[in-house]
Ligand binder design. Sequence first.
Ligand code: ADP
Ligand code: MG
Length: 158
Amino acid sequence: MASIPTGEFTTHSAEETFELAYRIGEAIADASVFLLEGDLGAGKTVFAKGLGAGLEIDPADVNSPTFTIINQHDGRMRMYHLDLYRIEGGLNDVRELGLEEMLEDPSGVVVIEWPERLGAYALTGAYLINIVDLGMDERTIKIHHKKHKSSHKNHKST
Ligand code: ADP
Ligand code: MG
């Protein structure tokens, strides 16, 4: 995969968060998973819009899929955007979402808001994006790659 920036960033507007996510979206070359953590209003959907734009998806089409839970967008790759906020049944609901199939899609980019709802569901190799609202328009965005525990496929990834 091309270089996806990791580390800690501070943004001062929704546009800056969008730009950061856009650069990540542009760098995505393989099937991947992004877990977006942060309170309501932190900027998870703004981030998802930027990521989508970097995948040549119209950001106007990327919205919090609260009621449908999953939205699918076809761009340079296929983005599955999930918002698990309303998932209450835990793992059983998660299984019914068809997450397994999304993870197996060779051109799938799975973007999950409220990944905490997955519980212990194992998602190794995902990028963890943690957004903290510092007040006003300032946000801290931490991007961390959760490495595969043992992998023959990605043993060279850092
Ligand atoms: P979430 O999906 O995390 O609930 P949204 O992305 O829907 O949050 O909303 C974030 C809100 O915060 C938007 O209204 C956006 O304009 C505003 N905002 C202000 N500053 C920022 C920033 N630096 N990054 C992201 N969003 C910001
Ligand atoms: Mg949202």
